[in-house]
Structures are given as C-alpha cells and as structure tokens.
Design a protein around this ligand. Structure first.
Ligand code: ZN
Length: 149
C-alpha cells in the first residue's frame, strides 16, 4: 500500500517531532459511508480549521490523507502537538453502540498505514484515543494490537 505523496512536508518546512500515533474511529455506524469531506465539515462545525485527523481509512480499505503530517492535528486533547492522528470509518454498531466495526480491508489498511508510519517515526508509540480520554474510541485495544510494530 502506498501513502499519497501529499503527506510530504513543504520544501524547506521542518517536520514536527512525532512521539505518538493515535488511532481513532469516526464514531459513525459501520454501514455509513464517511468521506474526508464529511469529517472536514463536522470538525469545522466544532471549530477546527479543517479535518482533525491526518488519515482516514474507509470500510473498503482506502487510505485518504487529511491534514498534512507537518501540521498538528486536532484529535486528542493534550497530545496533538507531537502526534499523528488516524481514524477508521465506523466504531458504532447498527444500534449506535460503540463496537469494533473494522472490516477486513480496513484492518489490513490500518496495519499497513501504521507499519509505514512506525517506520517513518520509529520512536513513536501507537495508542488508541481511549488511552488518553474517557472515551470508547477507537473501540478496540489499539495499544495491544499494534504493540509489535
Ligand atoms: Zn478518537
């Protein structure tokens, strides 16, 4: 899997220090199609400049860039300055309850994306949003699942 070139910082720009990679869900039903445009709209409604995540992974396993990696995200209070935020579309079951709704393509894409990011930022540790907030997000134990990366 290839990550789009848009992640590359601008020429002359200095990349931030990244010490955490934080996994999220969009807290939407598994059946709901969610695009970068949707999340951008929702996050702007919450007062963010644009989408708060750096990558969005849809149910088909497509990886879409959000914010450039060189720009701090808006996804985890107190952790944005030195982290990359990625989200998979889903996280709620049919009745709207938190659930690990990742499809097989989504699991594979997340693993591929995290593997590449970990190679790029070897000293960064991988976490789930719930490690830092009283939330279910991302509705699975990301820290444990990706501990070997
Ligand atoms: Zn989250």
């Amino acid at each position: 899997m290839r990550i789009p070139k848009t992640r590359t910082p601008q020429k002359g720009g200095k990349m931030r220090t990244i010490n955490e990679i934080i996994v999220h869900c969009t807290a939407t039903r598994a059946s709901q199609k969610v695009t970068v445009a949707d999340v951008t709209r929702w996050h702007k409604q919450r007062g963010f400049a644009t989408i708060g995540y750096h990558y969005l992974v849809d149910q088909a396993g497509n990886v879409f860039p959000g914010r450039p990696e060189a720009t701090p995200g808006a996804h985890c209070l107190g952790h944005n300055a030195k982290s990359i935020g990625i989200a998979y579309c889903g996280g709620l079951d049919a009745s709207g309850k938190p659930a690990d709704t990742r499809t097989e393509p989504q699991r594979a894409a997340l693993l591929g994306l995290l593997t590449e990011l970990k190679q790029k930022y070897p000293s960064a540790s991988i976490h789930g949003h719930r490690d830092f907030a009283q939330k279910a997000c991302p509705c699975f134990d990301a820290t444990n699942e990706y501990a070997a990366l």
